[in-house]
Ligand binder design. Structure first.
Ligand code: NAP
Length: 313
């Protein structure tokens, strides 16, 4: 194992990073993770070495990256909140790329988002575009992988739509609900990242699944799959957002941000690109009907408790 190539994965005790680390280990790769949660339950035992991100001590970050054939970067924050922000995530990721260049990492596989744009008014999409440029300008060989929405395992959006469908007699969509999205399964996504780690040259890929839905169709498909066909009603977007705020207060989370509502309604999670994964959400939802949405998946709980595994939250 000591002779095996070293790959560094950010957030291997988190969501996508964990699925990726599993695949790399199965491939005989030596895996190290950079994480904000070195105390989190390590599902890999001593197979995965955990080191802190050390954004404030770049020389340590360089040491953690030295000798790595590939760095897979999933690091990002979903929204601004006390203690974390998009601006800080952009600065930190730039530090990570500089450290990777100094450590002479062989390749960077960077997770972005569909439809990033430096002129976007939405900090998520703007910040991701700035980072794509920073990576290109770093000169590091790279793949930029742009997922729309992930589903499967510990995902948040699809699971929590099912959670709402299970508990409420009606489901409200923002506006007409006709904006589209192309979810990709987390296993397909992890396999795509793994493949990009083996690729050469610089590549940009939209990571979208084989089915595209309008938001309304997505909610209906999940409802059918779990046996909770609810009336789906259009609500003014601001009102829907306020309802989300109230539900968030009840469950101690941020269910959806106004920026996420805007990104969703602008169709930024749909690109029309050919599928990069084969798992159909409709098939997966039917197969997962017993568990999908039975528990709320909380973003903030994952940030507050850095010892428990995501699956237990
Ligand atoms: N999930 C989706 O549906 C989705 C959709 C489109 C794009 N993406 C992109 O896919 C990538 C991975 O997403 P994921 O859902 O798999 O993320 P994740 O595993 O929850 O987090 C990825 C990494 O970022 C760190 N992180 C996340 N939020 C943080 C915060 N508020 N403060 C400090 N560190 C934070 C995590 O810290 P720990 O080390 O503590 O775990 C982990 O190292 C991200 O770049 C995201 O933008 C995800």
């Amino acid at each position: 194992m000591a002779d095996a190539p070293l790959h560094v994965v950010t957030g291997a005790f988190g969501y996508t990073g964990r699925y990726l680390a599993e695949k790399l280990l199965a491939d005989g790769i030596r895996v190290r993770t950079l994480t904000n949660s070195p105390q989190r339950k390590n599902p890999f035992g001593d197979q995965v070495e955990a080191r802190p991100f050390d954004f404030d001590r770049p020389e340590r970050l360089v040491e953690s990256l030295r000798g790595a054939a590939v760095l897979y970067n999933t690091y990002w924050v979903r929204f601004d909140k006390v203690g974390f922000s998009h601006d800080a995530a952009v600065d930190r990721t730039r530090t990570l790329f500089r450290a990777a260049a100094e450590a002479k990492v062989g390749r960077v596989v960077h997770v972005s988002i569909t439809s990033p744009s430096e002129s976007s008014p939405l900090p998520y999409f703007r910040g991701k575009a700035l980072l794509e440029r920073a990576l290109v300008e770093s000169g590091l060989p790279h793949s930029i992988v742009r997922p729309a929405v992930l589903f499967g395992g510990e995902d948040i959006l699809v699971n929590n739509i099912a959670w709402v469908l299970r508990r409420f007699p009606v489901f409200g969509v923002f506006g007409d609900g006709r904006y589209r999205l192309q979810p990709i399964h987390v296993e397909d996504f992890a396999a795509l990242l793994q493949n990009e780690g083996r690729a050469t040259g610089n590549r940009v890929i939209d990571a979208v699944g084989p089915e595209a839905f309008t938001y309304r169709e997505l909610v209906a498909a999940i409802g059918r799959a779990i046996g909770k066909k609810r009336p789906i009603v259009s609500v003014p977007p601001r009102l829907g957002y306020v309802v989300g705020l109230v539900v968030g207060k009840l469950v101690g989370d941020v269910t959806i941000t106004w920026e996420e509502v805007q990104g969703l309604m602008a169709g930024l999670l749909y690109t029309g690109a050919p599928p990069a994964g084969s798992t159909r959400l409709t098939d997966w939802a039917r197969a997962s009907a017993k568990t999908l949405g039975t528990r709320y998946h909380s973003e903030l709980a994952r940030r507050r408790d850095r010892t428990r595994a995501y699956a237990e939250m």
